[in-house]
Design a protein around this ligand. Structure first.
Ligand SMILES: Cc1cc2nc3c(=O)[nH]c(=O)nc-3n(C[C@H](O)[C@H](O)[C@H](O)COP(=O)(O)O)c2cc1C
Length: 179
């Protein structure tokens, strides 16, 4: 049995759903797991000694990973380096298979190349388009990106691009990362 921390940042809730599915899968496989958002982890502290494996995820928002997420994983770089770990990201560009790999996804590739904390494993998930729940400004900006990448621009569109079976498969894969 392994003890796993699933850590995430989520701006609009979708990466939180992915993290929750990973956490549920890890538990369903007979392990112990905690689920924490980075703000909670930062403020409340983490009992790192408990965990064999840390799985940490963040969405791409305007080409970037959140300051809170990046700040947190870099602050605890040494602790993370000492454990099995994996990083996952969610973005709408990953709806295209070529952009759903750590090498093909420009955001993930840059993160792996430039970020001080270097995850030992990485995964890109296709995220969610949720125009009705986004601000006017965000809708206009994403519609522009979608026009360029031949994606949906209908302002009423709500499209979950995440392959949930793949999320569960990823959770099982992460369990194999521990020695
Ligand atoms: C304001 C905003 C900016 C976004 N910027 C990007 C982007 O630059 N590239 C991309 O592929 N997806 C982008 N997305 C899509 C998100 O990565 C996707 O919706 C993700 O699932 C959101 O996760 P969250 O609900 O956990 O915040 C953006 C979404 C929003 C609302």
């Amino acid at each position: 049995m392994k003890t796993v921390l699933v850590l995430y940042y989520s701006r609009f809730g979708h990466t939180a759903r992915i993290a929750r599915r990973i956490w549920e899968t890890v538990i369903a496989e007979g392990n112990q797991a905690d689920l924490m958002c980075v703000m909670e982890a930062d403020r409340e502290g983490v009992d790192w000694n408990k965990y064999d494996l840390v799985i940490a995820g963040c969405p791409v928002i305007y080409g970037k990973f959140s300051r809170q997420f990046v700040g947190f994983v870099n602050k605890y770089k040494a602790v993370l380096d000492a454990k099995a770990n994996s990083f996952f990201c969610s973005s709408v560009v990953a709806r295209t298979p070529a952009k759903a790999t750590p090498e093909g996804n420009v955001y993930c590739r840059k993160f792996l190349a430039n970020n001080p904390w270097k995850p030992k494993d990485a995964k890109c998930f296709a995220g969610k388009v949720d125009y009705p729940n986004w601000s006017w400004y965000d809708v206009k900006a994403i519609q522009m990106i979608m026009k360029m990448t031949k994606g949906p621009t209908d302002p009423t569109a709500v499209i979950d691009y995440t392959d949930w079976a793949q999320v569960e498969e990823y959770a099982r894969h992460c369990l194999e990362l521990t020695a």
